[in-house]
Design a protein around this ligand. Structure first.
Ligand code: GLU
Length: 494
């Protein structure tokens, strides 16, 4: 029943929303939405030293921007400390856990000895086998202790059916009696996370393979608490081209969702890309609407092997993974123009290019400009930079345009202003009438049309490529075209 499908996204708020975290949230969200279930946002803020308000806000803002909505929460793990402590007491009382009084020094010495003897390194269970009297006397002496899970002994094993990886088995003998409560009394992730999942009636745990080492241990906690074990699905990790984990330290800001928001990415384009970093539909389809993805998504089609985030820091052409740029470009170039205009409004305002008339008498002109220019753009931020010349005389000239289109032909210094004068005389300024003027001008000068047209592209927009020049003339309008052509000489001054 849909009501039973309950997933969670439990980030630790110790930084920003990492794109890997966003992918985890997304896959959980897709499954919940597909099955009419619930997604719970639960902030695992028990690490008081590393958790910050700013980070919590960053996670919430990032999810909202991406359009990943949740049905319950945000809950905060710290609010449930009583539940965690109660569970630890229950485990102690039922004999599934025990107090361990070994000091750090004891443990270090034992570890070193085990390493030297090349025997299994792990807790040797000294305190598990303390007699009742020994235990009592340590308790009475008020010695500090941690609480450890009593992993069943013998030849048995823990096994579960991972929806992605298949049957996952681990022998009891390979699991040490792990700590669930620190000596200062604070319960650890392995316990808290399970207690919260039980309380929140989580049916499916979809998380990264970096948690594989926790799962068998957590299943032991579920079993000891007599709770139903959820379905587990572990997603591949996202690595860089050198097979290293992507992190802020080595890759910089591009690992944070916020960077994409600031740098002109469309939230759904990022979602579409992130989902395909860990899942595939089975065919070559790469562009999915939200509805299509919800419909197509299954846990079984999550990839087993790690995915590569193709980021080349050394190549400035790739500000991020080229596939993500292409996905963004796809959405940017095909989206509704009114919607695009709306998204660009704050960006244009920031760049000092916004005019209120873009929403009234110049609305059609503005939309057409976006349609004419977006064919070459990858992000929203390309508009105020690369298309600046459409909106302001104060644009910068592309270096190649300057050298190849202008400076290479010294004659243009005179020809372009002359052409400007001839176009000024046109009563009816259209693409066709401009073309006639340019044609006549070129035959009179005995030059190829390409020469003044490429030059005009440079002085009109500062660009080397773009829409047809006559469409540019007509769309920029007579005043701007004539003014910039007449002023072409300024680009020849060094
Ligand atoms: N707070 C953990 C993390 O961010 C959650 C792990 C889990 O999903 O169980 O990695």
């Amino acid at each position: 029943m849909a009501d039973d499908v309950r997933l969670r996204f439990p980030p630790s708020p110790t930084g920003y929303l990492h794109i890997g975290g966003a992918r985890t949230a997304l896959l959980n969200w897709l499954y919940a939405r597909k099955h009419g279930g619930k997604l719970i946002l639960r902030i695992e803020d028990t690490d008081a030293e590393r958790s910050t308000e700013e980070s919590i806000q960053g996670i919430i803002d990032g999810m909202e921007w991406l359009g990943i909505d949740w049905d319950e929460g945000p809950y905060f793990q710290t609010e449930f400390a009583t539940d965690h402590k109660k569970a630890a007491a229950t485990l102690l009382a039922s004999g599934h856990a025990y107090k361990c009084f070994c000091t750090k020094e004891d443990l270090d010495a034992k570890r070193e000895a085990a390493m030297a003897a090349k025997t299994q390194v792990g807790y040797d269970k000294t305190c598990r086998y303390l007699s009742a009297e020994e235990m009592q006397s340590k308790e009475e002496a008020g010695l500090p202790f941690v609480v450890r899970m009593k992993v069943p002994s013998g030849d048995g094993f823990v096994s579960y059916d991972d929806k992605v990886l298949g049957t996952m088995t681990r022998n009891y003998s390979d699991i040490e009696d792990f700590v669930i409560v620190r000596s200062n009394g604070s319960p650890l992730y392995l316990l808290c996370n399970v207690v919260d999942d039980i309380r929140d009636r989580i049916s499916h745990v979809v998380r990264g393979q970096d948690h594989l080492t926790n799962t068998h241990r957590q299943i032991l906690v579920y079993q000891a608490l007599g709770a139903k074990i959820p379905v587990f699905a572990h997603m591949p990790l996202t690595l860089d081209t050198k097979k290293k984990k992507i992190s802020k330290r080595s890759h910089g800001e591009i690992v944070a969702v916020q960077w994409y928001q600031k740098n002109g990415f469309l939230p759904w384009a990022l979602c579409n890309f992130l989902v395909l970093l860990g899942w595939s539909s089975g065919d070559d389809k790469e562009i999915f609407s939200q509805e299509e993805l919800i419909e197509a998504f299954t846990l079984e089609r999550i990839n087993k092997s790690n995915s590569i985030f193709n980021y080349r820091k050394d190549d400035p052409k790739f500000i991020t993974d080229p596939k993500l740029l292409n996905t963004n470009a796809h959405y940017l170039r095909s989206m509704d123009l009114a919607e695009l205009a709306e998204l660009l409004k704050p960006i244009f305002k920031d760049a000092g290019l916004w005019q209120d008339s873009f929403e009234s008498e110049q609305k059609e002109w503005f939309h057409t400009t976006l349609a004419m220019t977006r064919e070459r753009f990858y992000t929203l931020n390309d508009f105020p930079t690369e298309a600046r010349g459409w909106f302001s005389d104060d644009f910068s000239m592309d270096d190649k345009a300057l050298k190849k289109n202008l400076l290479k032909h010294e004659g243009l210094k005179q020809w372009l202003p002359e052409l400007g004068l001839q176009l000024e005389a046109l009563e009816d300024f259209t693409a066709d009438t401009c073309k006639e003027v340019v044609k006549d001008f070129c035959s009179a000068k005995d030059i190829k049309m390409g020469v003044p047209m490429n030059g005009a592209r440079a002085v009109l927009l500062g660009q080397i490529k773009g829409p047809s020049m006559f469409d540019i003339f007509a769309h920029l309008g007579k005043d701007t075209v004539v003014r910039r052509l007449k002023d072409a000489g300024k680009w020849f001054k060094t």
